[in-house]
Design a binder for this molecule. Sequence first.
Ligand code: N2P
Length: 353
Amino acid sequence: MKRNLIILTVLSLLISIVAACAPASEEGKLADELHLYNWSEYIDPEVFTAFEEEYGVKVIEDTFSSNEELLAKLQAGAAGYDLIVPSDYMVEIMVEEGLLAEINHDNIPNMANLSDLFSDPPYDPGLIHCIPYQWGTTGIGYNSDVVEPDSWAYIFDPAMASEYSGQITMLNDSREAIGAALKYLGYSLNSTDEAQLEEAKQLLIDAKPYLFSYDSDQYEDLIASDETVYAHGWSGDFFAAAVEDERIWYSIPEEGGVVWADNMCIPATSKNAYTAETFINFILRPEVAAQITNFTWYGSPVEAANEFIDPEILDEPAIYPPPEVMAKLEWLKDVGDATPIYERIWTEVKAAE
Ligand code: N2P
């Protein structure tokens, strides 16, 4: 009797171990839906239609405005997403926190189309957790009929910013906003020096009266509707807006700015990893990658896409910056133990009058 009980217990234990180890979704079987959590206006919606027509999988997109918002959502236990698009430094943080699944490269043969520059990034060596999606820079976009800002002074020097008071926006993004202030001060945008960070905080607080808002989703539309004249923002959004409104343009301030890469990653909680990998493989087709870049005006890490990308985009130095401009740009990195300082500063900036 006792022996039977032991056998039974061992058996049920084995069954639960096997169940826990088994992949949640059957390998090789596509789900009906793929839930994508993405930045706003970051993909041509026709890509979803084409994927659905070919694979019968409906892509359902939800959007976020910053890496920190995305992280907070996952940390709070959001389990509905199959594919997310964090930037470089956030990939590092998410890997460390165990929030990402490892990618099965066997399901993504189109990885061969990636440029060498993106096939072994420092934030995810060997592309174990994520596949690069698009890349770009952070600078200032503007209405060129009014002004052509070429320096962060247009935001942080009161003598210059006051001239456009109430017509300026900054990204609603802690690392980007603090980073711009650090760059203006001549510091690294990955500074962990508390005194430098306090200086950056004061600069942001002093600039606040001249801002229309902190915004990461509509800043280019605000320029087009003449509510603002320039905006701290991401390169492609301005160029994409310029297709409709040719007054709009973008430049990288002379002090330098951020170069970043966003990545397709599968949350550890996704039950549809195979479907997500099938979608990633689709995105890495040269024609599809080019279709996305031709829509978003952000650089593609898919080298094989270049022949299908609009030459106006490929030849634009503010999209594919020449080496001397690249040299002035910095990648955001995980600031580790200094993260709480950044969080506190950002809270204080947002709360300031
Ligand atoms: C597109 C947002 C670009 C993503 N609207 C910046 N990492």
